[in-house]
Design a protein around this ligand. Structure first.
Ligand SMILES: NC(=O)c1ccc[n+]([C@@H]2O[C@H](COP(=O)([O-])OP(=O)(O)OC[C@H]3O[C@@H](n4cnc5c(N)ncnc54)[C@H](O)[C@@H]3O)[C@@H](O)[C@H]2O)c1
Length: 279
């Protein structure tokens, strides 16, 4: 039996680890070949989050190859449009087509109220989490249009793209901006049968969330908070009694939106949030 995205090719940014790696594996399990892009280096001013490495990206490649799917990897910063375009063009040349774009790469930095956020943190956040998403789609879209088979674009926003929290205003602004990109691309690309949707995860168990800085943000009352301490408070964000979800929970949403099962779904901000937006 064919997989749910059998024979398609997916471009995934931020694919060295976390959700991006999970998307690569999940789409490959369902028959897709992968173009995997990641900066694999420290670019964030955040000290608490260790940078992804070239070995991480190589591990993603091994996991996809282990599923008998093809993968092309590239170490590229999504802020660099020319490098991104070259990587996507080369990936499409090697794999023959492009059908799916998952613009997932993103960072967390800072942790101040907006009035105290540094200009450097603000600029880096907007450059990666908003402009990087736009550049990813811009690099991939000509191949979707040229292919003439339609396509599916999934932009990773956040619950923070639909509601506000204190201390991450630059992240909230960037992720709300992603919704604007999603809606505009959906309107502009619909004529080509290219669908554009966004996913809005709550806390996900990846290094971006599961780190010392986040634990201190959730538990400023404790000197050395750990995951269990954070879970008690994180759970209060949700209707379902959990503190966070797993990367595969987001990948399953991405897979659905990428597949023909979602053939008439476009312009949808899809939450995977354990009910966070109800609160
Ligand atoms: N983890 C969460 O709680 C959570 C919640 C909501 C939304 N998100 C979003 O999900 C996406 C994936 O995050 P994650 O949780 O997997 O985090 P992660 O830190 O595990 O993975 C992010 C990946 O993106 C890569 N990356 C960062 N900046 C890049 C750049 N400029 N160019 C290329 N690659 C870059 C990193 O190297 C890393 O491999 C992000 O957009 C994030 O904002 C995360």
């Amino acid at each position: 039996m064919g997989g749910r995205v059998e024979g398609k090719v997916a471009l995934i940014t931020g694919a060295a680890r976390g959700q991006g790696r999970s998307h690569a594996v999940r789409l490959a399990q369902e028959g897709a070949d992968i173009i995997a892009v990641d900066v694999c280096a420290r670019i964030s001013s955040s000290k608490e989050i260790p940078a992804a490495t070239p070995d991480d990206l190589a591990e993603t490649a091994d996991l996809v190859k282990g599923l008998d799917r093809r993968i092309v990897t590239a170490q590229v910063d999504v802020r660099d449009f020319d490098a991104l375009k070259a990587a996507v063009d080369s990936g499409v040349e090697q794999l023959g087509r492009l059908d799916i774009i998952a613009a997932n790469a993103g960072i967390g930095n800072g942790g101040d109220t907006l009035d105290k956020t540094s200009e450097a943190d603000w600029q880096e956040m907007i450059d990666v989490n908003l402009s990087g998403v736009w550049k990813t789609v811009k690099a991939g879209v000509p191949h979707l249009i040229a292919g003439g088979n339609g396509g599916s674009i999934i932009l990773t926003s956040s619950v923070g793209g639909l509601k506000a929290y204190p201390h991450t205003g630059h992240y909230i602004a960037a992720k709300h901006g992603v919704v604007g990109l999603m809606r505009t691309f959906a309107v502009e690309l619909g004529q080509h049968f290219i669908r554009v949707n966004s996913v809005h995860p709550t806390n996900v168990n990846t290094p971006l969330f599961m780190n010392e800085g986040t634990m201190k943000l959730f538990r400023p009352d404790l000197e050395n908070p750990g995951p269990d301490d954070m879970a008690v408070v994180a759970q209060l964000m949700h209707v379902l009694p959990i503190g966070w979800v797993d990367p595969v929970d987001i990948s399953n949403a991405v897979l659905f939106l990428a597949s023909d099962e979602a053939r008439y779904i476009t312009g949808l901000p899809m939450t995977v949030d354990a009910g966070s937006c109800l609160k």
